[in-house]
Ligand binder design. Structure first.
Ligand code: NAD
Length: 354
């Protein structure tokens, strides 16, 4: 089915509210998910609702909780996310980090124990809107691992996203926002739901051999695993996300001494930098623009329309989906409807909101 952002946001808000979230928080999370859909990341869009509702109903996340400041070292702030909604505690932590970066030139924000943060680019964009550069190392914990270490066969990680954004005065920020696996786990889920193959080099089967069949992850007797992107280099970045985002940001890594109760949780270490504290802002902006123009002027390879910079695909998707609506496959919609039913909304209630 195809649905416009407004009714989809309303449905998502209503489900999360009915599942126990206070209305404004439910709306903030719903908007965060729908923006992920609009930006082309269905893996981190409304398809997450069943997992959120399940965690809420099992008391594994606590949507009413705010981020709690646990340590203030001036330019370095540490927060306990308190199992609050990732979107909510993440923005609360970023807001304070932004304030400190403006007064100190740089800040570092550690956020541990947050419920799923969703699309990490949202937090980088929030910093970029304030004119600040940011880098985010994130690990994923709280459930069993899904990803092999480079050269390994058995699972050791989840999908540890990394994100770095450079603000631009015209609002077309450069945003590199990615899982350190070849594809995000949610994209494997979407492929599984649609019965489609995943891209090459994404998965290995139980014997450690590459496969494009998503059922090795999501079917009961799958036995496969996801792979880091880019051989040893992507794997290295995944390890850094685990150590900086996980061990430092939240003192909570994937090692088996830590709890795996079944919710998807994130820890994030963010470094936020004011470019005007480094040098001449106008000269820096002009240099960024000149370099980006030089990149755009590349001769495109055969079959490629135009060379892009990180953040462009999301802008293109946003423009198209804001106009045309968002496609949701039948299996994902059924899962969302089931989650709504579990939260106490009838299928007719959902239909009425469409
Ligand atoms: P992706 O592979 O679609 O894109 C990764 C990056 O590459 C983006 O910055 C994009 O702008 C850029 N890009 C894509 N095509 C490009 C091109 N042709 N030229 C230049 N740049 C290009 O993203 P992904 O790895 O599938 O991640 C999807 C989302 O999943 C991200 O928002 C990420 O934060 C999120 N995620 C979240 C978690 C979590 O636990 N919260 C875990 C993993 C991933």
């Amino acid at each position: 089915m195809r649905i416009d952002q407004k009714p989809l946001t309303q449905i998502a808000t209503t489900i999360l509210h009915k599942a126990g979230a206070e209305l404004e928080r439910a709306r903030a999370v719903a908007e965060h998910l729908v923006i992920a859909n609009l930006k082309g990341h269905d893996s981190h869009g409304v398809g997450m609702i069943p997992s959120y509702v399940k965690s809420m109903m099992s008391d594994l996340i606590h949507p009413q909780n705010d981020a709690l400041l646990t340590r203030d070292s001036g330019a370095v702030l540490s927060f306990d996310g308190n199992l609050g909604f990732g979107r909510v505690v993440g923005i609360q932590a970023m807001d304070q980090g932004i304030e400190r970066a403006k007064s100190h030139g740089i800040s570092c924000v550690a956020l541990g124990n947050a419920a799923h943060l969703g699309r990490i680019g949202a937090f980088a964009e929030h910093c970029a809107e304030a004119g600040l550069i940011s880098t985010h190392y994130v690990n994923v914990v709280g459930h069993d691992p899904m990803v092999v270490a480079y050269g390994g066969r058995d699972r050791r990680f989840i999908t540890n996203p990394f994100c770095c954004a450079v603000p631009r005065t015209d609002g077309n920020h450069v945003v590199l926002d990615m899982a350190t696996t070849t594809v995000a786990a949610g994209k494997v889920r979407v492929a599984y739901m649609k019965g489609e193959p995943v891209p090459e080099h994404s998965l290995v089967d139980r014997n450690g051999l590459e496969t494009t069949d998503a059922s090795v992850i999501f079917s009961k007797d799958g036995g496969g695993a996801m792979q880091p992107f880019g051989l040893h280099k992507g794997y290295g970045l995944m390890v850094m996300c685990e150590l900086l985002g996980g061990a430092l940001g939240g003192n909570f890594t994937m090692q088996p001494g830590n709890q795996r109760a079944g919710a998807t949780l994130n820890n994030m270490l963010s470094i936020i930098l004011d470019p005007s504290a480094v040098g001449d802002l106008a000269a820096y902006d002009a240099e960024v623009t000149a370099m980006i123009d030089y990149i755009y002027a590349s001769k495109a390879a055969e079959g490629v329309e135009k060379v892009l910079i990180p953040g462009d695909p999301e802008r293109q998707s946003l423009a198209a989906r804001s106009t045309n609506g968002i496609d949701i496959d039948d299996n994902s919609w059924q899962d969302i409807t089931n989650a709504a039913n579990a939260a106490g909304l009838s299928t007719d209630d959902i239909k009425a909101l469409l």
